[in-house]
Design a protein around this ligand. Structure first.
Ligand code: K1U
Ligand code: ZN
Length: 170
């Protein structure tokens, strides 16, 4: 396993639409997912999309366990949302590619999704709460969308300027 660099805005690769994984889950893809998980834990974060380490494939890792609980990694290959609730909820989101910026995004409260897991098995699930927030945030990454794209243009521009300024000062 290896730590990978996380892309930071305004890196143009973050705007790319990622392509589906062809031919199922193999050892090479599992090695990428292992690197993603290690990178996410190290950041630290609760989710990571492959494009955030520069790999334009439709792959996500996530771990929503609390610090006092055993680790519970989840892997999503070619995830698809098949249903969204009418009801929406606000949540203050952050993103490892937009460091130190947090703002409220309104998203469907519940979704149904299907995906392939680490073993390549087809899974269908309902998500709500933090799981629903995080999977929608990560699936946006697969389509080149960042949480700041859900904010006003003024807030988005301010966020990118703040991140650029911080990077220059570092
Ligand atoms: O960059 C990412 O996509 C990961 C992002 C996931 C996320 C956070 C909040 C709402 C929706 C999606 C993060 O993990 S940001 C860091 C974070 O939330 C966190 C870090 C350490 C402990 C707990 C949370
Ligand atoms: Zn993110």
């Amino acid at each position: 396993m290896a730590l990978r660099d996380i892309l930071i805005v305004p890196d143009p690769r973050l705007k790319q639409v990622s392509t589906p994984v062809e031919g199922g889950v193999d050892d090479a893809l599992r090695a990428v997912m292992d690197d993603m998980l290690e990178t996410m834990y190290d950041a630290p974060g609760i989710g990571l999309a492959a494009i955030q380490i520069g790999v334009p494939k439709r792959v996500i890792v996530m771990d929503l366990s609390r610090e006092d609980e055993p680790k519970a990694p989840r892997y999503f290959v070619n995830p698809e949302i098949t249903w969204r609730s009418e009801e929406t909820v606000p949540y203050e989101e952050g993103c490892l590619s937009v460091p130190d910026i947090y703002d409220e995004v309104e998203r469907p409260a519940r979704v149904k999704l299907k995906y392939l897991n680490y073993q390549g098995e087809q899974i269908e699930e309902d998500a709500e709460g933090m799981y629903a927030v995080c999977i929608q945030h990560e699936m946006d990454h697969l389509d080149g969308v960042l949480f700041i794209d859900h904010l006003s243009r003024l807030k988005r521009d301010r966020a990118v300027s703040k991140v650029k300024k911080a990077a220059k000062a570092a």
